[in-house]
Design a binder for this molecule. Structure first.
Ligand code: NAG
Ligand code: NAG
Ligand code: NAG
Ligand code: NAG
Ligand code: NAG
Ligand code: NAG
Length: 376
């Protein structure tokens, strides 16, 4: 199944402290040569990543995570939403096969915390393909979890894309949800509030930088010397806060000013676009981690910063769609085969490097063939 044994040297920084559990990573598998899941779990452990967000519920991945103590968000692909909306039975089967079977009640098994219904199903570029089925599917999954006596332990969430909320003027106080989503967002937030579940959302300083000439690179990278943005009496020192508060304004406008927010996806790619380099990605990630650890919150939410943040992404994925750009295949902190692209610390604290070495070696001719294929 995984034809290429891989030879790896990994340079991974340690992570310390109680804040560690608030930072996780997305683990996607849209790769022509995915690392065997047990190797990825080793990689997560040596990076001291305590939470992982998946895009599906692959049995081999769940087996590898079993007993690891890593807290898991399972994903439901967009292609299943229609069926899960129309069939309570299908939702029950999904929960039985993919949650109940693996769920850990403190012992072995998988520590499943969230089920993410759809993968950014509200992306504007999808049109109405998935959006009408999302809330129904989420409700059916919730009902199935409750029926399986897991309703209190596993929360149902819906990952919302960066383009679900906007501010035409660029001012955070003018933030609102996309008007075609008015009704859906109210339904979603009502559902989430009722079950004490957080809002999962992508914040993308990289896309903001690409799309908005007002957003400078320094402002995107949390640089001290960046030119601030003012919004009446509030001062914004970085692009993350600006986007976050645009979302907070959108939430307030429809009556949910206090809902917990999880940043489900945030990162900086290392290739495929201007300013997508390893060195800039490193600066961004370090700036973001420092900012999250500083616990200063944002101008509109001083006391309620994101409760969790999932970096995007663990590994490069060469099967990701490149309709929005070649950079889509270069979000990994690690290359597809698990080599660190830059020095990055999922937490803060120790500056010591830990080198993890995987023990499988690749026969040289396979390696050459592999590289040859990559070059095609
Ligand atoms: C979702 O499922 C419900 C219940 O079966 C159905 O009434 C509704 O039409 C479905 N929604 C869409 C958009 O198909
Ligand atoms: C469980 O999840 C896997 C992977 O996402 C999927 O292929 C399978 O259909 C799911 N099981 C059910 C009963 O839906
Ligand atoms: C860009 O900045 C100008 C001047 O500050 C402002 O008038 C304009 O609305 C901003 N546009 C966006 C899209 O942020
Ligand atoms: C969405 O909300 C905006 C602002 O409140 C309003 O102007 C617009 O008409 C609404 N659109 C829909 C489809 O409800
Ligand atoms: C923002 O406001 C501060 C103080 O109110 C001011 O010093 C600064 O020049 C303003 N920045 C911009 C870009 O308008
Ligand atoms: C960012 O990209 C632009 C356009 O390619 C380039 O002019 C600029 O030097 C880049 N900045 C950095 C810091 O790499």
């Amino acid at each position: 199944m995984y034809p290429f044994p891989v030879f790896l040297f990994l340079t991974i920084l340690c992570l310390l402290g109680s804040t560690a559990d608030a930072i996780g990573v997305n683990w996607g598998t849209m790769s022509s040569h995915p690392l065997p899941p047990p190797k990825v779990v080793e990689l997560l452990k040596s990076s001291e990543v305590s939470k992982v967000k998946l895009f599906d519920a692959d049995p081999l991945v769940l087996q590898a995570l079993s007993g690891s103590n890593i807290v898991v968000t399972l994903g439901i692909p967009n292609s299943m939403l229609k069926t899960l909306n129309s069939s309570r039975k299908a939702a029950e089967s999904w929960v039985h096969d993919n949650v109940t079977r693996y769920f850990s009640h403190g012992g072995a098994g998988v520590r499943i915390e969230y089920v993410a219904v759809g993968d950014e199903p509200f992306l504007q570029s999808y049109g109405d393909q998935f959006h009408p089925f999302v809330i129904g599917a989420a409700m059916n999954i919730q009902a199935a979890l409750t029926k399986a006596n897991l309703g209190g332990e596993v929360k149902v969430v819906v990952p919302c894309s960066f383009d679900t909320f906007v501010s035409e003027s660029g001012r955070p106080s003018k933030g609102h949800f996309r008007t075609d989503l008015n009704k859906t967002m109210i339904e979603l937030l009502t559902f989430l509030s009722k079950h004490h579940s957080p809002l999962f959302v992508t914040i993308s300083p990289f896309i903001s930088f690409q799309q908005n000439k007002n957003i400078s690179l320094d402002f995107s990278l949390f640089k001290e010397n960046a030119r601030h943005h003012n919004d009446s009496h509030r001062t914004y020192k970085n692009s993350f806060d600006l986007s976050y508060d645009t979302l907070v304004s959108a939430l307030s406008k429809i009556g949910f000013p206090e809902i917990d927010i999880v940043v489900a996806r945030i990162g900086w790619p290392t290739d495929g676009a201007a300013n997508a380099t390893s060195s800039i990605a490193e600066t961004f990630m370090k700036g973001l981690i420092d900012h999250l650890h500083s616990k200063t919150g944002t101008p509109l939410r001083r006391r309620n910063p994101p409760i969790e943040t999932f970096m995007f992404s663990l590994l490069d994925e060469d099967h990701r769609s490149i309709t929005s750009g070649n950079f889509e295949r270069h979000w990994g902190v690690f290359t597809f085969d698990g080599q660190a692209k830059y020095h990055f610390n999922f937490g803060q604290g120790t500056k010591n490097l830990v080198n993890a070495q995987f023990v499988e070696y690749l026969a040289p001719k396979w390696w050459l063939l592999f590289q040859y294929q990559l070059a095609q």
